[in-house]
Design a protein around this ligand. Sequence first.
Ligand code: SAM
Length: 346
Amino acid sequence: MNDPAVEKRRSLPMLGARALVPKRASAGPPPRSVRVSVTDRCDFACTYCRPSRNDGYADGRLMTPAWKTMFEALRRAGVRRVRLTGGEPLVHPEIVAIVAHLSSLGFEDLALTTNASQLARLARPLRDAGLHRVNVSIDTLDPVRFREVTRGGDLDAVLAGIDAAIEAGFSPIKLNTVVLRGVNDDELERILLWAWERRLLPRFLEVMPIAEGAKLVAEHLVTAAEMRRALAAHLLAEEAVTEPGLGPAKYVRARHDPGLRVGFITGTSDTFCETCDRLRVSSTGVLRPCLATDDGVDAAAPARAGDAETIVEHIGLAWSMKPDGTVWKGCTEETAAGVSMRAIGG
Ligand code: SAM
């Protein structure tokens, strides 16, 4: 006789080449931290993320009522921290209402990653809607370079967005800078000091061989160790430490003011997959256990049907597909080059 549990698993809408990706022996407790790509739309086309501005978008993105069901399910499944990302979350026309809904569900931490192009007008409404924290991606302080790296982005709008976030009272505001050799690696010190002057928390990221980044790593990777050496004069000679439960960045304090810090995120020289505790939800409602695989459980249908209970079950299944981080090396695996960072959510 067929085992009903096995039959049920077979009927679930799983995606991807699961057999190829080694899984954790035990997925452990349910996911605490989830990244949601609320939209794969973006007003920038950064060279390490998209091939061009006209590379098209995914069909079947979730609409706001379906997102509400998804968020309710995440809460019921025990998720405590939600980060909205994309694409660019601030180009979603209903982003403030989405944040307000998430806020009403009482997550411990509610954060958003943005390119800040729309933040000048949205920082205050987002804060009022209950957003706790904001991270801003900014790769250069040179307007011409900025236009090149983002394929058309306006640095002044981003700087105005950062000012608005400071004024709205967000703290800490973390900055994310992807460092590319020969593109912006001569700006590390300038960005560091510029950020510290404003009491912002700069973080320097290695380019990862994911999506378009796969084409850049060989020529443009600067490792976190190199970045740290370049900034050594400004830093205490101490071991870099993570913020427990808040991701893979490792922080070092400023020599002149230990209240200031800078973060480094490896991603390529060290994939930190062993400690990864994240689940991701794509813009089309697929629950994804890893940024770098095609694995996932499609929860769009129950989300559209208002069926949070079924999504809770799907979350458990997606979590059981979490790759084993000792053998599996995330974004450095071959599958990473083929994924859409925007749809899965960076
Ligand atoms: N649009 C938002 C933004 O700009 O922050 C959110 C989405 S973006 C995909 C999230 C983050 O992923 C950004 O900080 C971006 O720099 C980073 N990112 C994208 N592709 C990357 C790659 N290949 N390597 C390293 N970081 C990458």
